[in-house]
Design a protein around this ligand. Structure first.
Ligand code: AHR
Length: 495
């Protein structure tokens, strides 16, 4: 197959927010307990309870932001039970498992510091109160002589944590309280009013993210009922889970379904997601106050193949890595509206980047896609175009075989192209033209692929799929490169 890529190096389209490469960790299954946290007494190597191997892996993928504590769990979480020497064990209502509360706010902040990422906390709107939410903010961020700031000083840290990102509830149309859009807007107005005020502890103020939905008319109704209070908010979040066949969503067989129908439907989902991003961004533009534009956050997304008894544990094969890369390309291209995304979830749950079993750890192809594409974080998006054969899925969605985004590093010395060849069978010999560039100083590239799209890394062989260096003969104005079938390639060109 023949393909053509053009990058206009001098046509800058915006900044790719590094938070597009974020993750989400919930008290669900073995994400937190076992996945991220093993406790200080564990024989598994840890630093004050945090798994050392996992922290190192998350730092190496340059994770920028981590959302916590849920998910559905967030609207049943009462943070005061998870601080200090006396933790309050409870039942984890939504995920029907015991909650020891060993991992609480201080442990979460410690995790973020160890990884080098920003914390993003979702407050409890469904079964909590405004008071509880602002007390939590005071605990995290206040430097005054106040009750909650003093609690933090006593239990964990003399210094405030400086938590900037705060979510106002989670899926409040469902597990977060079964609210109508009007009801949520009413709650959100109150929360945002007080949380905004409490944000004065931060130099840049708190960044408040309201709960949206992928299905309309929720967003339109919420925004309409928020009225002038929309000015207290910074962003709206939607969730996008994919992977189950429409007729048999969450069938257990989907993870290892290697059929072209399934694979192309998964790739085609990115087209549907892009449409949703466009629609929601347009709505946000319409309702944004005159002094700031509301950002779009996708704070849960990824594949969801089956509901297992193992706390939504699923394998994450190569096809997940390619889906993640194609979706990240799409989010990059919409960096004028998409300000953050958080893949669900960090470890052992849904489209995990990390799987653990006891002391063992495996990095999934999804992890490798994030790690390979990390250079786009904070970079300048460049105009680019990919043309090749058009593919179609069983839903009637048509899409280019090559998915692409291109960026130039903030310092301007590196050009990066991330290219997914979504053909199951055909390599794509591609003519790559770099317009507006006079010389190329050097080039390096890595490719992620395997025999089957259902191949995965597991505890028998954790290195089956990993990025491999590949030779690229870059030149200006054009050069050729062959992208193998079912692969992700990241090309880095020194300018
Ligand atoms: O990620 C699993 C669950 O999916 C989250 O708790 C919820 O927000 C969503 O429905």
């Amino acid at each position: 197959m023949q393909g053509y890529i053009t990058v206009w190096v001098d046509r800058e389209l915006g900044t790719i927010n590094r938070n597009i490469y974020g993750s989400f960790a919930e008290h669900l299954g073995r994400c937190i307990y076992g996945g991220l946290w093993v406790g200080p007494q564990s024989r598994i190597p840890n630093d004050e309870g945090l798994r050392r191997d996992v922290v190192q892996a998350l730092a190496a993928m340059k994770l920028p932001v981590l959302r916590w504590p849920g998910g559905c769990f967030a609207d049943d979480y009462h943070w005061e039970g998870g601080i200090g020497p006396q933790r309050r064990p409870r039942r984890n209502l939504w995920w029907n498992q015991p909650e020891t509360n060993e991992f609480g706010t201080d442990e979460f902040i410690h995790l973020c510091r160890a990884v080098g990422c920003e914390p993003y906390i979702s407050v409890n709107v469904g079964s909590g109160t405004v008071e509880e939410a602002i007390n939590w903010m005071e605990y995290c961020n206040s430097s005054q002589e106040s009750h909650y700031a003093n609690l933090r000083r006593r239990h964990a840290s003399p210094e405030p944590y400086g938590v900037r990102y705060w979510g106002v509830g989670n899926e409040n149309w469902g597990c977060g309280g079964n609210m109508s859009p009007q009801q949520y807007a009413y709650e959100c107005r109150k929360y945002a009013c007080f949380m905004r005020k409490m944000g004065v502890d931060l130099e840049a103020g708190a960044y408040l993210i309201a709960c949206g939905d992928e299905r309309e008319p929720w967003n339109a109704e919420v925004l309409r009922h928020l009225g002038g209070a929309v000015g207290s908010l910074d962003a709206l979040s939607i969730h996008m889970y994919r992977g189950g066949a429409p007729a048999q969503a969450h069938a257990a067989s989907e993870t290892f379904d290697a059929s072209p129908e399934h694979f192309y439907r998964l790739m085609g989902e990115v087209v549907g997601m892009e449409e949703k991003v466009r629609q929601t961004a347009a709505l946000l533009d319409y309702y944004s106050p005159s002094d700031h534009k509301l950002g779009l956050v996708v704070d849960e997304w990824g594949t969801w193949y089956c509901d297992t008894d193992e706390g939504l544990f699923q394998q994450s094969p190569l096809k997940d890595g390619l889906f993640a890369a194609a979706a990240l390309n799409m989010f990059n291209r919409h960096c004028d509206s998409v300000v953050m995304t958080n893949m669900a979830q960090t470890a052992n749950v849904l489209q995990a980047v990390i799987l653990t079993r006891g002391s063992e750890m495996v990095l999934t192809p999804t992890y490798h896609a994030y790690e390979m594409m990390k250079g786009h974080q904070g970079a300048t998006l460049l105009a680019s175009q990919a043309n090749s054969t058009t593919l179609a899925d069983t839903e009637g969605r048509a899409f280019e075989t090559l998915s692409l985004s291109a960026s130039r590093s903030a310092k301007g010395c590196k050009l990066r192209l991330s290219v997914v060849n979504m053909s199951l069978e055909e390599d794509c010999r591609t003519e790559i033209t770099l317009r507006g560039l006079e010389t190329v100083k050097g080039v390096s590239a890595r490719v992620l692929t395997s025999e089957q799209v259902t191949d995965c890394n597991d505890f028998d062989d954790g290195d089956r799929i990993k990025p491999q260096p590949v030779e690229v003969q870059a030149a200006v104005p054009s050069f050729s490169h062959t992208f193998p079938a079912k692969s992700l390639t990241v090309i880095e060109i020194e300018l």
